[in-house]
Design a protein around this ligand. Structure first.
Ligand code: SAJ
Length: 400
């Protein structure tokens, strides 16, 4: 069995590696030649615990080979980004480009699967494109949508053990896709149609976004009411049917902060709650930035000098190096822009250097700062003693 994975990012690369480990002959395709070269040398271009060893194994035995162009295979997987445009409209141009790249290679009996998070109807749209350009293949291809749901940092385990939802454009497509994934997925493979599978992915991340918005809204209410939100949530969660998530400095990453827009763009009238949750989570970052700016002004008024401020964490969530759509990065940038010439120390222990921010060691920043702003709950920050001589703004519950 030969498979071709279009896109060697945070999902495509680990999936290609696991497939190769399970006896499938894999070509991993990426438009970035550096990614291809690194992968072929057995080096990861992403951070994922335990994955580099597996990559080296599959590369050295020839089970996985990376390339900038696809090769004739039995199955093709579109695992490319689906960002959104300025107006929050989903951009499926990468899925379309990847589809066009494999189009000339498709033959009777092949499997074509989209894994990329996509607006409802994308699989049908891509099938129409395929059959328009290769009409002789009508009814002879198996086409399905199968979203991933792994958590960065725990990808190897979750790729194998999570249940998956698989929706074909017809029953035999679903059968074929299930047959493929059952080679390495131990979780249950749930069958449905393509549209439902697409909506299921968007629903999962929107549901989490709405739940986090609830926690963030509580944090705003508690701040006004003089209540410790962390204690409140922990007490409310003692109820057997209540499970509130944690507030933070906003919602980041390339999934939860993005996917709900794929629903609101297509169903603007119906998706009131989903749209409001996005607004609340975005507002929370703005609110945090204002809190920092106000604390700086207060400090200056009281001490007649400008404070030194440590912005602790740039990543979008704890213990990762991923800064995409990061609220911490947004807040740091906003504070730096609105308080030019202020002494601001930027900390991100999981990144060696950054082309915009000069990074400072977290212990040094904590020692030097008058105001310490915890943005991302990285584990090392939790070892820092709470010092009474510092103004501490703990937006992510370091000291909860
Ligand atoms: N966050 C909070 N409070 C919480 C939990 C998370 O503020 O209680 C914030 C995080 O700090 C982060 C953001 O939410 O900024 C998203 O983090 P996350 O850990 O909830 O999720 P992701 O984006 O890393 O991964 C999500 C997962 N989806 C769900 O949990 C429904 C993952 O399973 C998906 O595979 C992934 O999106 C994806 O690729 O779609």
């Amino acid at each position: 069995m030969k498979a071709c994975f279009m896109g060697l990012g945070y999902i495509g690369l680990p999936t290609a590696i696991i497939a190769a480990k399970n006896g499938i002959e894999v070509t991993g395709v990426d438009i970035n030649p550096d990614v291809v070269e690194k992968t072929n040398q057995g080096h990861l271009h992403i951070i994922e615990p335990g994955l580099e060893e597996m990559l080296q194994e599959v590369v050295s035995c020839g089970a996985l080979k990376a390339s900038t162009s696809p090769e004739v295979s039995d199955a093709y997987f579109m695992v490319v980004p689906t960002p959104f445009k300025g107006n929050h409209e989903p951009d499926i141009s990468y899925v379309e480009a990847a589809t066009r790249a494999v189009l000339p290679l498709l033959k009777e009996g092949d499997l074509y699967v989209i894994e990329s998070t996509s607006p409802v109807g994308t699989t049908e749209k891509m099938s129409r494109l395929i059959f328009e350009l290769r009409p002789e293949l009508q009814g002879k291809l198996h086409i399905a949508y199968c979203p991933e749901r792994v958590l960065p940092g725990n990808v190897i385990y979750e790729l194998v053990h999570n249940d998956r939802v698989i929706g074909g454009i017809d029953e035999t497509s679903t059968d074929k896709a299930i047959e493929f994934y059952s080679q390495f997925v131990q979780g249950t493979l749930h069958r449905t149609n393509a549209k439902t599978a697409e909506m299921c992915k968007l629903t999962e991340n929107s549901s989490r976004d709405v739940q986090i918005a609830f926690a963030n809204e509580l944090s705003l209410i508690c701040e006004k009411a003089g209540i410790n939100v962390w204690e409140l949530i922990s007490l409310a969660n003692k109820h057997p049917r209540v499970n509130i998530l944690q507030p933070g400095c906003g919602v980041g990453g390339h999934c939860i902060a993005v996917d709900p827009y794929f629903i609101t763009a297509d169903f603007p009238v119906e998706s009131q709650l989903i749209a409001k949750a996005r607004e609340i989570n975005n507002y929370k970052s703005f609110w945090c930035a204002e809190k920092v700016e106000n604390a700086m002004l207060r400090f200056e008024l009281e001490h007649h000098r400008r404070p030194c401020v440590a912005m602790m964490g740039l990543a979008f969530k704890p213990n990762i190096d991923d800064l995409r759509e990061s609220p911490a990065k947004y807040i740091t940038t906003k504070v730096m822009q609105s308080t030019s010439n202020a002494d601001i120390l930027v900390v991100e222990p999981n990144v060696k250097e950054h082309n915009v921010f000069k990074l400072t060691d977290y212990r040094e920043a904590y020692d030097r700062a008058d105001i310490v702003v915890f943005l991302t709950a990285h584990t090392p920050f939790k070892t820092l003693p709470r010092r009474a001589d510092k103004v501490i703004l703990d937006f992510c519950g370091i000291y909860k």
